[in-house]
Ligand binder design. Structure first.
Ligand code: ATP
Ligand code: MG
Ligand code: FE
Length: 339
């Protein structure tokens, strides 16, 4: 089954053709990151306007790269929730137009489900159940994936998402947006034990995360240095911050794996591209006899291949929408509407 998939939930306009949930026939990503960089973050209205301009060309390129016409694909999938509402609406309406004109089935996809499904692309042998850490720009969850369309939230962030914490700490350190990758690179040259940073816990909720205290500690440290006229060592601070985030994410994940008896561990979302997190969890999982599955970095951040991967399983589960489909800015992973 060949699915044309469209993604426009944030600042990437992406389209792909994916066969049977894992074979990549094409993938196009048009990133707006350069436009948002000057503002230090995504400006929602600019994002919507850029999706409007880009979506037709991106979809056409994805079909051309796959060597297919719209008639030759079996269904159209689109990220419908959660995300920036104006951004989502562009992809959703474009996909509805394609389906209205062609009569193809319309498959709405939950963005976080698709981040998890990014793992099936290079690891089609991966099958649920497994325990997944989703750490992205807007989400940080530990999720029990019981089946391809059956998700149970075990832990969540109480404040900032891990990617958001990376980006805000990076901004304070003077790195461009989005700062996660800059912290990752700087960390390699820094001493992770140079600065003492907190690892906040959530009282009574051992699987939940809290990153705002850690982010504030970094910002305060930088302000204090400035007040004293001292320089902070950026590589050391980046490495110390990254070590703290990696420990917070990994400790909760490994505790959940132990207590809930999971031996298949999976990472997803933009932060799972982080080299420190990947290296640490590879070692810790190997020591415990767990398998660890991680997407290639290109499939960790937003793309449409992951949408096509999840859409295949949504289609098999009967989750196909009609022309009343609407986008939704926020929707828990376990509460998608049925059609
Ligand atoms: P969401 O998926 O929650 O809606 P999003 O789509 O904006 O949010 P993603 O595309 O999954 O998020 O990931 C982007 C985030 O990943 C950014 O915060 C970015 O800084 C972070 N990120 C990307 N690469 C790395 C890296 N190597 N180390 C740390 N963070 C990274
Ligand atoms: Mg993005
Ligand atoms: Fe995302």
């Amino acid at each position: 089954m060949k699915i044309l998939a469209i993604e426009s939930s944030c600042d990437e306009t992406a389209a792909a053709v994916v066969e049977d949930g894992h074979r990549v026939l094409s993938s196009i990503i048009d990133s707006q990151v350069q436009e948002h960089k000057i503002y230090g973050g995504v400006v929602p209205e600019i994002a919507s306007r850029r999706h409007c301009e880009a979506v037709d060309g991106v979809v056409t390129s994805a079909l051309t790269e796959a060597g297919l016409s719209l008639e030759e694909v079996d269904a159209v999938a689109v990220t419908a929730y959660p995300g920036l509402i104006g951004a989502l609406l562009v992809g959703v309406n474009y996909a509805k137009g394609l389906c209205l004109g062609s009569g193809k089935p319309l498959i709405p996809v939950h963005h976080i489900r698709s981040h998890i499904a990014a793992n099936y692309i290079e690891h089609p042998e991966l099958t649920p159940p497994f325990l997944c850490l989703v750490a992205s720009g807007g989400h940080s969850h530990i999720i029990e994936v019981r089946d391809y369309t059956d998700f149970h939230i075990i832990g969540r962030t109480r404040d900032d998402a891990a990617g958001e914490a990376f980006d805000k700490a990076a901004r304070a350190m003077g790195f461009p947006y989005p700062g996660g990758i800059y912290i990752d690179k700087a960390s390699r040259a820094g001493n992770p034990d140079a600065y003492k940073l907190p690892r906040p816990k959530v009282e009574g909720c051992p699987y939940d995360f809290s990153f705002s205290g850690l982010k504030t500690a970094v910002i305060n440290l930088i302000h204090n240095c400035a007040q004293k006229g001292e320089e902070f060592n950026r590589d050391d601070l980046a490495a110390s911050f990254q070590k703290a985030v990696v420990e917070i994410l990994s400790d909760r994940l490994l505790l959940a794996a132990k207590e809930l008896h999971h031996k298949q561990i999976v990472l997803a979302g933009g932060v799972s591209a982080n080299s420190g997190l990947r290296t640490h969890l590879k070692k810790e999982c190997a020591a415990r006899g767990y398998t660890l599955t991680v997407p290639s970095p290109i499939y960790c951040t937003d793309n449409a291949v992951m949408v096509g991967a999840q859409a295949y399983h949504e289609f098999l589960a009967g989750n196909v929408a009609d022309m009343s489909l609407n986008a939704c800015a926020s929707l828990p992973i376990d509460q998608i509407p049925t059609w």
